[in-house]
Design a protein around this ligand. Structure first.
Ligand SMILES: [Mg+2]
Length: 417
């Protein structure tokens, strides 16, 4: 495929005549043909051709040690897969996983994973729980099954989801949250993290979260030009409002970002104000990003089909795993848009995100990396799992490509409900 995506690194570095800063323009204009999006989303994700024989799931277990949750899956042939959950959410959600998700998978053929992900949605009317309550537990099972399948096929997870690995290395942007601090102090922090990691892209927070008052007042308006002036034209700069503006204010701030060549503008207004988002989307010339809170396939389809989002950001935990997220990324690709998945903290979230990004044909130029605190004891023979010169090498070992320390696993106990 030679399709070109609008937000390549180079397209953001072209200076239009008379402009002081690089221009990042919005993506291809709508309307997009919904049948094209539907065809993209309907393509099988898991490469079933890699598995000639049935992979019958014998058990799906949730294990807990303090506030750490592991999911272990086993087949009738003795194969095993393991995932680390999103622990921040799972401390509240584990009964849903144990009582409503895990039993559905027992006895099923893991090669049918695409269909199983859809089947569990209607099982026990689980769709009524749609959003983190359903999707985080489901993603936890899916990642364990992908680990198992990867080990069976002797391939990393990314290779199970695409025809080839598109990103063996991932360039990262440095995310910063300095809400509550002055523009000067925020900039100093951003400069410090960039100097430490070598990142060539940054993202920082503007506005107050979900209409909270901004603190200190006027911080964002000062910071937007300051960050550009401090880093110059070469730096890719993103800003995230976390749904912090009313629509008219969002437009005003978006135009300021356009003036300073921002790479994308994330969640300018609350994520579920869909009609208003569509109304304001064309009123500033900065790529519009969103999707980290989005639980619904059909809402993503609308946001892509109506040309609202230029950058789709499903969170692979919050949105129910890589298969569902890949369908969104493929719809975006069919509309010439890019995918920059959101990463939720804790556990191995950044590892799963790296595998997912490695399989994306329309990945954005930079991806979020939450710093690896090594709170979880594991070994990764094929990657340092640290950012060097602004990039992270995706592990190439089978499955998730990591070995969680056996002593640590043994400390966990089975969760029964
Ligand atoms: Mg965000």
């Amino acid at each position: 495929m030679n399709r070109r995506y609008f937000l390549s690194t180079t397209s953001c570095l072209l200076l239009p005549p008379g402009a002081s800063y690089p221009a990042c323009t919005r993506g291809p204009a709508p309307p997009f043909a919904y049948p094209d999006l539907d065809a993209a989303a309907a393509r099988p994700v898991l490469r079933r051709d890699l598995f000639p024989d049935p992979v019958t799931i014998e058990s799906v277990e949730l294990l807990r040690y303090e506030d750490n949750f592991l999911c272990r899956v086993r087949t009738t042939d003795g194969a095993e897969g393991l995932s680390v959950s999103n622990n921040y959410q799972m401390v509240y959600l584990y009964p849903i996983q144990v009582l409503r998700i895990n039993p559905y998978f027992v006895g099923k053929d893991a090669r049918d994973l695409d269909a199983l992900i859809d089947g569990v949605y209607t099982h026990m009317s689980n769709y009524k729980l749609q959003s983190l309550a359903l999707w985080v537990p489901l993603a936890t099972v899916e990642f364990a099954l992908l680990d198992l399948l990867g080990k069976l096929a002797d391939k990393p997870i990314g290779e199970l989801l695409c025809d080839r690995i598109y990103q063996p290395k991932i360039a990262v942007y440095q995310a910063n949250n300095n809400r509550g601090r002055s523009a000067e102090e925020s900039l100093a922090n951003i400069q410090e993290t960039v100097a430490r990691t070598g990142a060539r892209a940054v993202k920082f927070k503007v506005a107050g979260r979900m209409l909270d008052a901004e603190a200190p007042a006027g911080r964002s308006e000062r910071l937007i030009p300051m960050v550009r002036k401090a880093f110059g034209e070469e730096m890719t700069i993103y800003a995230d409002a976390n749904g912090g503006y009313e629509p008219e204010e969002a437009v005003r701030i978006g135009r300021l970002m356009a003036e300073y060549g921002y790479g994308f503008y994330e969640e300018p207004i609350a994520f579920d104000r869909y009609q208003e988002l569509k109304d304001i989307a064309g009123r500033f010339n900065v790529p519009l990003a969103g999707g980290e809170q989005e639980p619904s396939f059909y809402n993503f389809r609308y946001l892509i089909g109506e040309g609202v989002l230029d950058v789709v950001q499903p969170d692979i935990f919050y949105y129910g795993g890589m298969i569902r997220s890949m369908r969104v990324a493929r719809m975006a690709a069919a509309a010439g848009k890019i995918c920059v998945p959101h990463i939720s903290g804790s556990g191995l979230g950044f590892l799963y995100m790296a595998h997912f990004v490695s399989a994306l044909e329309n990945a954005g130029p930079y991806h979020e990396f939450k710093e690896n605190t090594r709170e979880l004891p594991y070994d990764c023979p094929t990657s340092s799992m640290t950012v060097t010169d602004g990039t992270l090498k995706v592990p190439t070992g089978p499955g998730a490509g990591v070995v969680v320390e056996p002593d640590f696993i043994r400390r966990h106990a089975l969760v029964t409900g």
